[in-house]
Design a protein around this ligand. Structure first.
Ligand code: WTA
Length: 663
């Protein structure tokens, strides 16, 4: 039917329909939340805090703002796990499903709010029994299984801050994070199922502790895959043993609104990850608000699915804290989208069915799906036939997050998954922002493919030029102009870095690190990072982190890393490496160097390609010109190379790159 039945929107020279059309049934155009917030943004957030959350003591002040330090709702007291669990059970909704869990091998568990509360109370007693007290920190390194939210919520019940470490990270990452946070306990599992096999976790914890994290006294291990890991006497404990011995009741302790809730480490422009600090009352207010309005939530009937991993902020805010605060039912899936149920695993892996996600949506009747552009582009590549063969008619809202979505992927998502009847919410936010910041609201915003549109009610953003002047049309840098409830409160143990990274580039503004453009409708298009942070499949990795891992290899003398444009993953890591005199170049060595990075940082940081080069392009002052390396990687014209100390270097690299181009 081409575009016959719906109005066509012109965007970037392409023609697309506006989402107001496909959201027509629900289109309210109701701007009242924006108007209310614009009249008094503090009062607006105070109303949300009181209406969406249960406080054991009301706050006396809404916001104390001593730039760049914010305190939201000081004087107020509440408990996160009580907001997520007890109050729903007390209201008679204990039988409502909190999580429909599906493991990769097809095992399922239905966990009600009452079940979850019972486990959280017991596990909070386990933590107390191991000596954990309010203000302590612990680390969590787990697969996507229900024990992971249980562990997080048990922490919040007694005021212990968690630091979740993504299960794909390496032992080094565990050591660094445990040392930085002085974590007393690590909660892990023997392994988790990934791509059809158990993927070991406990051995990585052992390796991390061998290197040394002296603060860690205990390790708690869930037996997920029965892989029989080594257990150190006195240090390591089975989850099921501790749970069997624990008392069942543990009252929720009221916490100050500004009590530390969690640390989540994220990459910055240096090799050392930053421990982003989130606190209690403001964080929970904004994630509950956005989860409710951005996904047009109907908690009594919806089956919501955020297909992220809890190891990233998206999972913290939109698998655990937002959905549970709002008392809704979620799907939680352990594995990867290209691993079908065991009965569908015929022949080679390459021949396996590619419809696990669509199958899950159909079986559970999923109403909202929240995923990343990388995943969407991968589904496009696998082919329309997989989603087209399933009944996806229960879906009402589709979400995307993590990187800019190209209009083609947006349209594919809209047609093949949303069947042209679901609004798409393109949500821009960051680990640092805690919750959604810039996104359409279903039924309210007329969307356009490729833009996150405008800030949510109560959040204020501006694109500025190099001098910090607001840009009303055209390109610049994304800044936030007012404090927001779920903003980071700092970087753990590094106040100066907090000030420098976010608040010193443009006076009085939060600098997001992203480039952005304002179009003639005043819509914001996020263009990606402008600093030395790469975005690979929606995951942030710093160039210097990968460079340090490269030079850690004994054959490597010097290295430079850039994010090259990649059709599927957004950016791909490309490393340029100068070998030490004693090493000789070979394909095996290149491969070994790639794997070395994976070993140091985890598989997400493994370079897609490593090029062995005679030299690196440097300015006369010795600074590596990454722009040129990016141009080489992208196959672009090199532009101005006159500032190079030795212009011939780039040509040599380019010739080498073309010759050695592999995966
Ligand atoms: C990018 C993920 C374009 C951006 C929640 C940001 C996006 C970084 C979008 C944060 C989006 C996230 N459109 N770019 N909708 N969402 N980004 O901390 O560069 O893992 O700065 O948080 O991802 O990544 P983080």
């Amino acid at each position: 039917m081409a575009d016959g039945s719906i109005e066509v929107y012109e965007s970037e020279g392409r023609r697309f329909p506006p989402s107001a059309e496909f959201a027509a049934a629900a289109l309210t155009n109701d701007r009242s939340l924006y108007d209310e917030a614009d009249a008094d943004f503090e009062a607006f957030w105070a109303r949300q805090a009181r209406e969406l959350l249960t406080w054991s003591k009301d706050f006396d002040t809404i916001l104390e703002w001593d730039l760049p330090f914010a305190k939201w709702f000081p004087g107020g007291e509440l408990n996160v796990s009580e907001n997520c669990l007890d109050r729903h059970v007390a209201a008679g909704r204990g039988d409502r499903v909190a999580y429909h869990f599906e493991g990769e091998p097809g095992d399922t568990r239905t966990i009600t709010y009452a079940d979850l509360l019972a486990d959280v109370e017991r596990f909070a007693n386990v933590l107390k029994g191991l000596g954990l007290r309010k203000g302590d920190r612990l680390a969590i390194y787990m697969p996507m299984i229900p024990e992971l939210p249980v562990a997080m919520l048990a922490c919040t019940r007694i005021g212990v801050a968690h630091s979740v470490i993504f299960g794909g990270f390496s032992p080094d990452a565990i050591t660094d994070r445990c040392v930085d946070a002085e974590a007393k306990v690590i909660i892990t599992a023997d392994a988790g199922y990934r791509r059809g096999e158990p993927s070991a976790l406990k051995p990585n914890v052992d390796a991390a502790l061998e290197v040394g994290a002296p603060s860690v006294e205990h390790v708690i291990v869930v037996d997920r895959c029965g892989t029989d890991p080594m257990m150190v006497d006195g240090r390591d404990h089975w989850w099921h043993d501790l749970m069997a011995e624990a008392e069942p009741r543990c009252p929720a302790e009221p916490m100050d609104a500004e009590q530390l809730l969690y640390l989540l480490y994220t990459s910055g422009t240096t090799a050392k990850p930053k421990g982003i600090m989130h606190t209690t009352g403001g964080y929970l207010t904004q994630v509950a608000f956005t989860h409710k309005y951005v996904f047009d939530l109907r908690p009594d009937t919806d089956v919501y699915w955020c297909a992220a991993d809890i190891g990233w902020v998206t999972g913290h805010s939109y698998i655990v804290y937002g959905p549970l605060t709002n008392g809704c039912t979620s799907v939680m899936y352990e594995g990867t989208p290209d691993t079908p149920l065991p009965e569908h695993r015929d022949g080679d892996r390459a021949d396996w069915r590619k419809d696990r996600l669509w199958d899950i949506i159909e079986r559970y009747g999923v109403t909202q799906l929240y995923t990343a552009p990388t995943a969407i582009r991968t589904f496009m590549k696998w082919g329309d036939e997989w989603p087209d063969a399933h009944d996806l008619s229960t879906l009402r809202v589709l979400g995307t997050v993590g990187e800019p979505i190209n209009p083609e992927a947006w349209m594919w998502y809209h047609r093949h998954i949303g069947r042209e009847s679901c609004p798409i919410v393109d949500t821009w936010w960051q680990t640092e922002t805690g919750g959604h910041m810039i996104t359409p609201l279903p039924g309210v915003t007329t969307t356009k493919p490729g833009t996150a549109t405008n800030p949510i009610p109560g959040v204020y953003a501006e694109v500025v030029d190099d001098d910090g002047n607001a840009v009303t049309e055209g390109g610049g840098y994304l800044t936030i102009t007012k404090p927001w409830p779920s903003m980071l409160r700092g970087i753990w143990g590094d106040e100066d870095r907090y000030r420098d990274t976010y608040w010193s580039t443009y006076e009085g503004r939060y600098f997001a690190g992203d480039g952005a453009r304002v179009d003639d409708d005043g819509y914001i298009w996020i263009l990606g990072r402008v600093d030395d942070v790469m975005n690979v499949s929606g995951h942030r990795i710093s160039t210097s982190e990968v460079e340090s891992a490269l030079v850690d290899h004994p054959a490597v003398a010097e290295a430079a890393v850039v994010g090259a444009t990649d059709e599927i993953t957004g950016q791909a890591i490309v490393g340029y490496v100068i070998l030490r005199g004693t090493a000789s170049a070979s394909d095996d060595l290149r491969e070994e160097i790639r794997q070395h990075v994976a070993k140091k940082l985890g598989a997400t940081a493994r370079p897609k390609a490593v090029f062995l080069v005679p030299d690196l392009p440097k300015t006369r002052s010795g600074k590596i010109m990454r722009r040129l390396l990016r141009d080489v990687a992208d196959g672009h014209d090199l532009g101005d190379t006159t500032t190079l100390a030795d212009p011939n270097v780039v040509e040599a690299i380019r010739a080498g790159a073309e010759a050695g181009d592999d995966d």
